[in-house]
Design a protein around this ligand. Structure first.
Ligand code: MRU
Length: 348
């Protein structure tokens, strides 16, 4: 049983504060959509599918607080709630996907009285959360077929249970490989500057007793050159129509290294991460975060006062460096343009 970072019960959303892991397991409670938005912005909750799930509950909470007699009065207010939630983080498309799904649900049920619509929106948020957990398990089964019987797998950032409604994408594939009896050992990049690898991936794999070794980001090339890594698997925040992949900063570097060493580089992501509306990765907005993430570690200053800093939180790996994209509808290889498009017409 892997952790579920987001739980809803009796009108309250509970989220584990991922900023405090691995040393403190603190659960925060939410009932107000503005606080949910702040939790996304400040990374209490993070990871593309997880912020989609949190935003869906935020939208349902915002809807609940709207006082309106009919749909015409309700919907413009609901759009404002969704806009506030959408303005939290720009790169992961799952956030916008989830909010679009909530707005679509509202429009499709416009004939119902607002009170019923509000209940329906809460159920829709619960459905988004449950589906994400379930589809990650299906994705894991598809992806684990690519993992050798004995494998040393490098991952970057955290694309685990903590980043999703449960089970994980990249780590879901690893969990499924372990469940299939394969002998998998994971190398976790620490993932500077926010340290999702050392704080989160190392924590959740250790908790699930999956062998994991922590390395600094700049050690991956050395280990590959020594033949100590068999493949790479990462998650994604947004995948363009041509297969270009935005993921945590440093992913591109790992992909180039994998290419140099002839290692497969896999991306695991649900369809809600695929953005067919953009032709390639150059259209993906890349979030720039606070300079303090780079200059400080907690309270400790690591750089001279006043130094120029860049802190792009994501990069784009060109499709040509990606060996396969693993989704809940199957694995796409080769021609991503038509392969990704085809997934959207496919049944389970
Ligand atoms: O800034 P974060 O922690 O939200 O970034 C997360 C990542 O880049 C993950 O790899 C990605 O969202 C995939 S999570 C299944």
């Amino acid at each position: 049983m892997s952790i579920k970072p987001i739980e809803y019960r009796d009108g309250i959303l509970r989220m584990i504060d991922q900023r405090l892991l691995p040393t403190e397991e603190t659960w925060l409670e939410y009932t107000d959509y503005r606080e949910v938005a702040e939790a996304i912005r400040s990374m209490v909750v993070r990871g593309a599918p997880a912020i989609g799930v949190a935003a869906a509950f935020g939208a349902a909470f915002g809807a609940r607080d709207i006082e309106a007699e009919n749909f015409e009065a309700f919907y413009p207010e609901f759009e404002k709630v969704c806009a506030l939630l959408a303005a939290t983080r720009p790169t992961a498309v799952n956030l916008f996907w989830a909010l679009d799904r909530m707005k679509h649900f509202a429009r499709a049920n416009a004939a119902y009285p607002p009170a019923d619509l509000k209940t329906g929106l809460l159920f829709e948020a619960m459905a988004i959360a449950d589906e994400d957990d379930r589809l990650n398990r299906t994705m894991g089964r598809h992806g684990q077929a690519l993992i050798p019987e004995q494998a040393r797998v490098l991952t970057h950032c955290n694309a685990g249970a903590l980043a999703t409604g449960g089970y994980g994408t990249a780590l879901g594939v690893i969990r499924a490989a372990v469940a299939a009896g394969k002998k998998v050992a994971v190398y976790a990049d620490e993932t500077r500057p926010f340290l999702q690898g050392s704080r989160l991936t190392a924590w959740e794999l250790q908790k699930d007793k999956i062998p994991v070794t922590l390395i600094c980001d700049n050690m991956a090339g050395y280990l590959m050159s020594k033949g100590e890594i068999d493949c790479v698997i990462v998650g994604a925040d947004r995948i363009a129509a041509n297969g270009d992949v935005a993921n945590k900063i440093g992913t591109y570097t790992v992909a180039v290294l994998a290419k140099e060493h002839g290692l497969p580089f896999y991306v695991a992501a649900p369809l809600s991460t695929i953005d067919l509306s953009i032709p390639d990765g150059s259209h993906i907005p890349i979030e720039e975060r606070d300079r303090r993430e780079v200059t400080h570690s907690g309270e400790r200053q690591l750089a001279p006062e006043g130094i120029e800093v860049r802190n792009p939180a994501f990069d784009v790996t060109p499709a040509r460096l990606v060996t396969a994209i693993i989704t809940e509808k199957g694995v796409v290889q080769g021609d991503y343009q038509s392969g990704l498009q085809a997934l959207f017409g496919k049944g389970r």
